[in-house]
Design a protein around this ligand. Structure first.
Ligand code: G3H
Ligand code: 13P
Ligand code: ZN
Length: 309
C-alpha cells in the first residue's frame, strides 16, 4: 500500500464514531513502534512530524523510514506535517510527498488566519493533498509559541463554521481545554464538550482534530520518576474523556507527550537496573516495545480504530 491522505479514514471515522491516532515521529524506533501497533490492531494511522522533528531527523531520512514502514505494512498510513508555521514549510512538505499538512494560523487574528490557510489550501488541493487548520488557542506551550492558561481561547463554533466555509480546509483543530505537554490541568481535567457538540452541529461534515491530547499516563510518569526523573504533578486528558470525544465526532487525536514519556521511562529503567549496559539496541529496543504497547492501548481501548481499515 502507498501513503494515503486522511480523506477516507476521516469519512469512516465520522460515520462510525471513532478517532484515528496521530502520533508524532522523530526517529526510527518511534516510527516502527507506532506502525507495528497499528498493524497489530489492523487500524489506520497518521504519522506526523513537526518542523523541528523534520529538522532533527533530516527530511530525507524521515521520508525514507516512512517509505519503509509503508512498504512493510498493509494498513492505511498518512504522513502529516504537524503545526506547519508558514506557507513555505507546508509547500516544502507537499512537494516532498507528505499527504497531509497542518497550517497553524492560530497565532494570527481571524482574517489573517483565513488568508494564510486559504493560500495553503489552494496549493495543496491542486496537488491532491489535504489541509488541517486551527482555530482557537490551546493553553500551554505550542511549539515555540507560548500561550498562558489565562489567555486560553476556546474555539467559537460560529467562527469555526465561517472559517471552514471561507478557507475550504479539510479538517479543523479546535480548542476545548486541552494543551500541549505534560501539564494540562492544575486541578481536575475539564474539557468543553458543549463546544465540541455545537461545532459538530454547525459543521457536521468537517473532521475535528484534538491537539494536546496525551493522557500523560500516570504509570509512565511514575516509572520515569521512580527511575530518577523529576516530573512532579504532571496531568493529562483521561482515557474516558478521549473515548467520549472519539464517539462525539473528534476524528483525529494528537499524541506526542505519552510517547516521550514511554521512551524515557523504558530507557531510564534499563539504565537504573543495568548500569553496565551500553548497547543502544538494549535500551532503544525496550523503548520501542513500551511505545508500541502505549500506542496499541490507545488505538484499541480509547480511540476505537481497531479493525477500521
Ligand atoms: O505539538 C507539538 C508536538 O508535540 C511536537 O513538538 O515541535 O517539539 O517536535 P516538537
Ligand atoms: P501532547 O503534548 O498532548 O501529546 O499533544 C501533541 C500534539 O498536539 C501534537 O500536535
Ligand atoms: Zn499540537
Amino acid at each position: 500500500m502507498s501513503l494515503v491522505t486522511t480523506k477516507e479514514m476521516f469519512e469512516k471515522s465520522m460515520k462510525e464514531g471513532f478517532a484515528i491516532g496521530a502520533f508524532n515521529v522523530n526517529n526510527m524506533e518511534i516510527i516502527q513502534a507506532i506502525v507495528d501497533a497499528a498493524n497489530q490492531e489492523n487500524s489506520p494511522v497518521i504519522l506526523q512530524a513537526s518542523s523541528s522533528a523534520i529538522k532533527y531527523a533530516r527530511p530525507i531520512y524521515l521520508r525514507k523510514m516512512i517509505e519503509a514502514a509503508v512498504e512493510e505494512n498493509n494498513i492505511p498510513i498518512a504522513l502529516h506535517l504537524d503545526h506547519g508555521p508558514d506557507f513555505e514549510t507546508c509547500k516544502s512538505c507537499i512537494d516532498a510527498s507528505f499527504t497531509s499538512v497542518m497550517i497553524d494560523g492560530s497565532k494570527y487574528d481571524f482574517e489573517e488566519n483565513i488568508a494564510l490557510t486559504k493560500k495553503v489550501v489552494d496549493y495543496a488541493h491542486e496537488r491532491g493533498i489535504v489541509v488541517e487548520a486551527e482555530l482557537g488557542k490551546l493553553a500551554g506551550i505550542e511549539d515555540d509559541v507560548n500561550v498562558s492558561s489565562n489567555d486560553a481561547m476556546y474555539t467559537d463554533p460560529q467562527q469555526a463554521k465561517e472559517f471552514v466555509e471561507r478557507t475550504g480546509c479539510d479538517s479543523l483543530a479546535i480548542a476545548i481545554g486541552t494543551s500541549h505537554g505534560a501539564y494540562k490541568f492544575k486541578g481536575e481535567a475539564k474539557l468543553r464538550f458543549d463546544i465540541l457538540a455545537k461545532v459538530k452541529e454547525l459543521i457536521p461534515n468537517t473532521p475535528i482534530v484534538l491537539h494536546g491530547a496525551s493522557t500523560v499516563i500516570p504509570e509512565l510518569v511514575n516509572m520515569c520518576n521512580n527511575y530518577g526523573a523529576e516530573i512532579p504533578g504532571a496531568k493529562g486528558v483521561p482515557d474516558e474523556m478521549l473515548n467520549k470525544a472519539s464517539k462525539l465526532g473528534v476524528s483525529k487525536i494528537n499524541v506526542d507527550t505519552d510517547l516521550r514519556l514511554a521512551m524515557t521511562a523504558a530507557i531510564r529503567k534499563v539504565f537504573a537496573e543495568n548500569p553496565s549496559t551500553f548497547d543502544p539496541r538494549k535500551y532503544l529496543g525496550e523503548a520501542r516495545t513500551l511505545i508500541q504497547q502505549t500506542v496499541q492501548h490507545k488505538i484499541k481501548d480509547v480511540f476505537g480504530s481497531s479493525n477500521k481499515i
